[in-house]
Design a binder for this molecule. Structure first.
Ligand code: ADP
Length: 446
């Protein structure tokens, strides 16, 4: 097992990894930018090293500074968390060259599943259902028009290297497709350094269902069931829950097994999420694979009892997964609300600043993952999530009541947060009935 791990991230996920290390008897080394200097979670690490100024490009995204810190601190492994460098195959390769274990997949497996076009190819080989669309990246306008005519409008243009909901364009006819294609590729080039785009059928009224999977270095892979992440704003998740409400159990087994098959086929080790869209008849189409731990991983931890972050560390150290598929059982229902420092009344404008009162909820079945304490200043440099509130209960209805109760206890002053919006959503009758799809929130906020 490792004796020292460097955490190449910040905020709540850095704290989550520090906690896993502590429980495994591993020392943790946290890096931080000047904007995060004095953040309270840094005191919980065994060592903290400043790696540069606030802008992520000069700190959390700076590979040479992170590797220098890892060498100075003499760590055996690096946990990348989510975002930042977590899905850069190049970073995983640099770690390998420096003889530091990257806690995640090999650069090869990451490249195979992390690129949306390559991933579709792998999914096809593994017999996982994918969207009708272009086989690979589309080069010429006429080629795209031909494919769109075959699969039918609306279609969506996506960047092969895309992420975070960026670089996607929905086109309802040929004229829109032609005029958007070049811009989309240019935008992808600017945002991701890769201009490759592809097109696929755009599914209306879909639900976003994703399967959590874990693989080890001995060729084993298991799934930990699914989450429903249909509650989104601008393609960004707002509420996640598991298991997916109303999902037929045969369909569940089918989609979860296909996800495990895909990562086994890719010889993938570590945690991954296979994302799907599901139509009204509960047919599934794979969207993409996220080759890292997800923000919403605690939903799965609550309903399966598996500590995903600890398992990631153990499999990176070469240990085999300690369970078989048949050992994994679903227990109850979990919901996560992302608490963002944003003002829902002003178009979700970020609301950074010093928090003078922070009183998170507690009581039965409540889990709060946050790095925030009273007196903490939310820096303006990074994303606005200040924590994740989760509940676990025997049924979905009870979980919703529990979440309502917990949100009511939650006090954050004076910055604006999404707590009030979540309270409203928990009261919403369609949400309570499970009648959700990926446009639910947009319709409600209109
Ligand atoms: P990203 O990597 O940028 O997060 P994804 O491919 O995961 O992009 O898609 C994010 C969200 O965009 C999905 O959850 C869904 O709401 C919407 N979306 C993506 N592809 C389609 C599609 N073919 N049809 C309908 N909605 C889609």
């Amino acid at each position: 097992m490792f004796s020292r791990i460097l955490i190449a991230n910040r905020g709540e996920i850095a704290l989550r990894v520090i906690r896993a290390c502590r429980e495994l008897g591993i020392e943790s080394v946290c890096v931080y930018s000047e904007a995060d200097r004095g953040a309270p979670y840094l005191e919980l690490a065994d060592e903290a090293i400043c790696i540069g100024p606030g802008p992520a490009r000069e700190s959390y995204l700076n590979i040479s500074r992170i590797i220098a810190a890892a060498e100075v601190a003499n760590v055996d492994a690096i946990h990348p968390g989510y975002g930042f460098l977590s899905e850069r195959a190049e970073f995983a390769a640099v770690c390998r060259d420096c003889k530091i274990e990257f806690i995640g997949p090999s650069p090869e497996a990451m490249a195979k599943l992390g690129d949306k076009v390559a991933c579709k190819r792998a999914a096809k080989e593994a017999g996982v259902p994918i969207f009708p669309g272009s086989e690979g990246a589309v080069e010429a306008e006429d080629e795209a028009v031909e494919i769109a005519a075959k699969i039918g409008y609306p279609v969506i243009i996506k960047a092969a290297a895309g992420g975070g909901g960026r670089g996607m364009r929905v086109c309802h006819n040929e004229a829109a497709l032609r005029s958007n294609l070049r811009n989309a590729s240019q935008e992808a080039q600017n945002a991701f350094g890769n201009g490759a785009v592809f097109i696929e059928k755009f599914l209306e009224h879909a639900r976003h269902i994703e399967v959590q999977v874990l693989g080890d270095k001995h060729g084993h892979a298991v799934h930990l069931f699914e989450r429903d992440c249909s509650m989104q704003r601008r393609h960004q998740k707002v509420i996640e829950e598991g298991p997916a409400p109303g999902l037929d159990h045969r369909k569940r087994d089918k989609v979860c097994d296909s996800a495990a098959r895909l990562i086994q086929h890719a010889e993938y080790s570590g945690a991954a999420t296979v994302e799907f869209l599901m139509d009204a008849q509960q047919n599934f189409y794979m969207l993409e694979v996220n080759t890292r731990v997800q923000v919403e991983h605690p939903v799965t931890e609550l309903i399966t009892g598996v500590d995903i972050v600890k398992e990631m560390i153990k499999v990176a150290a070469g240990q085999p997964l300690p369970f078989k598929q048949s050992d994994i059982r679903l227990n109850g229902h979990a919901i996560e609300c992302r608490i963002n420092a944003e003002d829902p009344d002003r178009n979700f404008m970020p609301s950074p600043g010093t928090i003078t009162r922070f009183e998170p909820p507690g009581g039965p079945g409540v889990r709060m993952d946050t790095h925030v304490v009273t007196g903490y200043t939310v820096p303006p440099n990074y994303d606005s999530m200040i924590g994740k509130l989760l509940v676990h209960a025997p049924t979905r209805a009870e979980a919703i009541e529990r979440m309502s109760r917990a949100l009511r206890e939650f006090r954050v002053e004076p910055i604006k947060t999404t707590i009030g919006l979540h309270r409203r959503l928990m009261e919403n009758s369609s949400f309570r009935e499970g009648g959700i799809d990926i446009h639910f929130l947009e319709r409600l906020l209109k």
